[in-house]
Design a protein around this ligand. Structure first.
Ligand SMILES: Nc1ncnc2c1ncn2[C@@H]1O[C@H](COP(=O)(O)OP(=O)(O)OP(=O)(O)O)[C@@H](O)[C@H]1O
Length: 469
């Protein structure tokens, strides 16, 4: 039995597809908007998704990479009443399993579904597991289902030259995953060139990227190759791609399509055979809606999408990440090995880590320094702001501990319930602090937290915090 999701605003279509799939013994869920479909995919595992193209809240092809990036990485069958060859090509290029028109017979639809499920089974049994095992991890630590799904995507992406867009909050490992993709690709021996789009000075952006001829502008005393040329044969990593100015976005689109460009002040064009990986912590779809990012460029960048989960959504990796970092530091400073007290680990798990792995590593550096030669790490060794944050969250909005029943009288909670309640408390405290720090200015809160506005609103709603609390 497989789990099938149908994303289609046409109720009749949903019913008839459901009927076909249920006859084969599959579980079926239907949603009538792209937003609801995306939510289903992020909350539940699906084997196959039937995706309509023209939906009330947008074009289904735009969310295809996001659905593929879900941890269950479902096979996607595009359904449309308006078949056209370009749409079909785009869908297949983006990894859709099949593209079928709505008028197709039940037999055709069933055949596509059966084949997609057979392919998925084979893939799960062989490739995926083998690829992840064989992958050079290049320093990536973690074995949670979410990280394993991302590693599987790295393994798949490394075998092709398709453009990749890696999204995730600050410090979640976007550059690390980009380097791992390069290291596992046929380009591994060639350069990995990083372009930090947020740090490109407006006046020099073109010459830095495309190079310049001698005398092209004041101060250009020698001809210089740009970063795009330096990436020839290797990988060009566009970090913070959402910061690329609109004029450069247009120029870049052409370079991506043709792999040719003209250095500043030059008469002739130069070619560069690079593979592009881009990363951002911004919501590029929202930027497209606002007109600050080109939709055609986004299509190109997102042939393959990898969405890295924030650390607080994969807390099972915390111990191994902290362990790896502490061992490395003890080794570097010739300190003896250090153990973790149970309270220490509990505190790590209770903190929301808005700066993700980077913040965790910085905190471990300060912790090891504070512990010196002591053999066991206790909460007192952690940075003060982390201890204050967790302690405040644990006592719950300033309520004194005395209100809770004595420990021996309270029923001991199930581990899952305990973990969830601590997580919700910690998250609530994080957002209360965030709103107070940003003086309830949502744009500022988004900037500090690295969250998009829609995600921030969704989280405030989930935690039952008013937007103007
Ligand atoms: N899964 C992981 N295993 C080991 N180290 C990790 C992992 N994820 C992140 N790191 C480490 O955390 C730090 C930040 O990672 P990285 O620079 O890749 O994040 P980023 O998402 O690109 O951040 P930013 O958006 O701020 O540029 C680095 O030191 C990196 O090595």
């Amino acid at each position: 039995m497989a789990n099938i999701l149908i994303i289609d605003d046409d109720d009749l279509m949903c019913q008839s597809l459901s009927h076909v799939a249920k006859r084969w013994g599959h579980e079926v869920t239907c949603t009538h908007t792209l937003a609801a479909g995306q939510k289903q995919v992020s909350d539940h595992d699906f084997d196959v998704v039937f995706l309509d193209v023209r939906m009330p809240d947008g074009n289904g092809l735009m969310v295809l990479p996001l659905i593929q990036a879900a941890s269950s990485a479902p096979e996607i069958i595009i359904m449309t009443g308006y078949g056209n060859p370009t749409g079909a090509e785009l869908a297949i290029n983006n990894g859709a399993w099949d593209y079928i028109e709505k008028g197709s017979s039940v037999k055709e639809i069933t055949l596509s579904l059966v084949r997609a499920l057979e392919y998925r089974k084979q893939k799960q049994n062989s490739n995926a597991a083998r690829n992840v095992v064989m992958l050079k991890r290049d320093g990536i630590i973690g074995s949670s289902p979410r990280i394993n799904a991302c590693l599987e995507q790295v393994a798949q992406a490394a075998g092709s030259d398709a453009g990749i867009l890696i999204t995730g909050e600050t410090g979640s490992g976007k550059e690390l995953f980009a380097r791992a993709t390069h290291a596992n690709s046929r380009r591994a021996e060639k350069p990995f060139v990083v372009v930090d789009c947020a740090a490109l000075p407006d006046t020099l952006v073109e010459s830095l990227l495309f190079g310049h001829e001698r005398g092209a502008f004041t101060g250009a005393e020698q001809a210089r190759p740009g970063l795009v040329a330096q990436a020839d044969g290797g990988t060009l990593f566009l970090d913070e791609v959402g910061e690329l100015p609109l004029t450069m976005q247009k120029a870049f689109l052409r370079v991506l399509q043709e792999h040719r460009f003209r250095p500043v002040g030059s008469q002739r064009e130069v070619t560069s055979d690079f593979r592009l990986i881009a990363a951002t912590n911004r919501n590029l779809d929202e930027m497209v809606d606002r007109g600050s990012f080109r939709q055609d460029l986004l299509y190109r960048l997102r042939t393959f999408a990898i969405e890295l989960p924030p650390l607080r959504e994969r807390r099972e990796d915390l111990k191994i990440l902290a362990r790896g970092c502490v061992d490395r530091l003890c080794d570097r400073y010739s300190l003896g090995a250090k153990g973790f007290a149970p309270d220490f680990l509990r505190m790590l798990v209770s903190y929301p880590w808005p700066g993700n792995v980077r913040e965790l590593f910085n905190a471990m550096e300060r912790t090891v320094a504070a512990a010196g030669t002591e053999a066991i790490l206790f909460p007192k060794h952690l940075p003060t702001h982390i201890r204050i944050h967790v302690t405040k969250a644990t006592v719950g909005n300033g309520q004194p501990h005395a209100e809770s029943p004595p420990r021996s009288m309270a029923p001991f909670p199930k581990y899952h319930d305990f973990r969830e309640s601590i997580q919700v408390q910690a998250e609530r405290q994080y957002f209360l602090d965030l709103l107070s720090l940003s003086q309830e200015n949502i744009a500022e809160a988004c900037r500090i937290s690295g969250l998009s506005q829609s995600r921030l609103y969704a989280l405030l709603k989930k935690l039952e915090l008013p937007k103007n609390c």
